[in-house]
Design a protein around this ligand. Sequence first.
Ligand SMILES: Nc1ncnc2c1ncn2[C@@H]1O[C@H](COP(=O)(O)OP(=O)(O)OP(=O)(O)O)[C@@H](O)[C@H]1O
Ligand SMILES: [Mg+2]
Length: 234
Amino acid sequence: MLEIRDLHVAYGGIQAVKGISIDVPTGRIVTLIGANGAGKTSTLRAISGLCKNRKGSISWNGKDLTGSDPVAIVKAGIVMSPEGRRIFPHLTVLENLQLGAYSRSDKDGIASDMAWVFDLFPRLSERRAQKGGTLSGGEQQMLAVGRALMSKPALVMLDEPSLGLAPLLVREVFDIIREINDKGMTVLLVEQNAHAALKIAHKAYVLETGRVTLSGTGEELIADERVRAAYLGG
Ligand SMILES: Nc1ncnc2c1ncn2[C@@H]1O[C@H](COP(=O)(O)OP(=O)(O)OP(=O)(O)O)[C@@H](O)[C@H]1O
Ligand SMILES: [Mg+2]
């Protein structure tokens, strides 16, 4: 279980995250929803060790990760698929995926996970020799998720995996998140697509300007009038 207590993140003098407490139980899908600028990405980046200016505590299966650097956090089994097109543009699809597995030495495991990722994303399989930077936006998004999976994380954090995807593919991505979770990975999901995220989430938090304002099961939040009005289009 990932336990975040009273997390604060600041950029210069600006507080982006103002005391968030979140639990991500092992084996579950937990989602963070909230408007633009609510602090979702900052929260994931803080967990990844990428935000230097953070306060509060982060523990993972009882181990304190609060002061850990990004490499130690990946080693502990926590990996993020970043928002947007953060892949290596000059490397091929295959090379991008291989880099995701850089911290692993189990050759057979890497090969079978590569096959699994190509199975999840046939589009990447067809384009394995293509340079990352020449993929379409949606394909790059898939590659970012695939690369995160290649490290075989215990906890995978997905920052807006459905961003910029056509409706049919959006549905597919949510099916894939379920599949990832079925394979035993714990998932912390950030999404603008609140309805689809709440539908697959065991637990959900609403973030507003750096604070958690509501939490509950996905079902509870889908039924909540305040969530319906603000995030589900009434
Ligand atoms: N590197 C940075 N320097 C200064 N301010 C930042 C930086 N990164 C984020 N912020 C600010 O922190 C706040 C939270 O940003 P964050 O990216 O966490 O929001 P978000 O919930 O992920 O939003 P979105 O849905 O638009 O991705 C915003 O007001 C943003 O402008
Ligand atoms: Mg964001």
